[in-house]
Design a protein around this ligand. Sequence first.
Ligand SMILES: *Cc1c(COP(=O)(O)O)cnc(C)c1O
Length: 368
Amino acid sequence: MHDSNSRASDRFDPQDFDRVLSSMCTRTHPEAAAMARRFMDDSPALPEVYETVVELERRAVDLLGEVVGLDEPHGYVTTGGTEANIQAMRTARALGDTEAPNAVGSEALHFGFVKAADMLDVQLRLAPTDEDNRVDLTEVRRLADEDTVLVVGVAGTTEYGIVEPIPELGEIAASVDAQFHVDAAYGGFFLPATDHDWQFGHAPVDTMTIDPHKAGQAAIPAGGFLARDVEMLDALAVDTPYLERTSEATLTTTRSGAGPASTYAALEALWPDGYEAAYERERANAEWLADAFRERGYDVVDPELTIVAADVPNDVFERLSEKGWRILRTGEDELRVVCMPHVTREMLESFVADLDAVREETTGGAAA
Ligand SMILES: *Cc1c(COP(=O)(O)O)cnc(C)c1O
């Protein structure tokens, strides 16, 4: 019921992160939060009016270029990974030379690609993954043909954090003359601290998605769309008859300055050492939790980055939810924990203590 005597801000509280275990979003870095608040009213869509936020976006893109191994990056701060992936497919369709375009990737692609394919009338061809959740490259090769305009590789899948074989997928893209896009929405801020081949310097990557509002610790909405060549951005541009500028390559028009401003602030504060330290911590936490599940007899999908999935019985899962843990399942019904900056060791210890208590209460402690 509406109470006109009290303010919404007195009545509603945002989710407390202390029990959030299955989200790819996390607490915004304090400096990024401050910049998000300062620039939320400034829209980069009107550079003639809001000059400073446009400069912040330019700097954010330059720093994102460093993260993804691109000396002269072209791109912008999107509303998220979904928009960046839509834009990648849009570029590929615009530059591809076919009446019946298709895009090829693995089953592990983010569902946002289904939206992109639907809107752009591109056929989406997904190769199966094996029992270790790895893409079948032979199948990708088979699916790619002369009408393939885009091949997508995921550098850190949403469900398990798996880094797909980016150089090999890049070769397949080149063999059919298709654009090669890497979706590093989740993995992009972890991978620089690893030995994986995933970025522009490691493979013939054309476009990339990287999400500052996930492990980048920027405020929502902040995704990143980056391209090797300016032609790829130009392919997205439409005429803007009402504006002083002649064209615009973004998907949305009015945009929050919170994304670009907080992305720049987060990168300035954390790139590269802060992100590396965060990754080491989150990776160690993921390993620790995987061991804890294993010691209790559960099947565990080994964490490749910071995601742990364990085959925990339904009744145990339900009781943990009832205790306030914000947990989700994978498509295979495993309990999936995403170790992000707000997920501390103490938090995981308290989660495992609750897991033990729940095991006592339920099936006599028997594992799956
Ligand atoms: C989260 C994610 C997306 C979608 O990003 P949003 O910012 O939620 O739109 C796309 N791809 C991957 C691999 C992701 O993990």
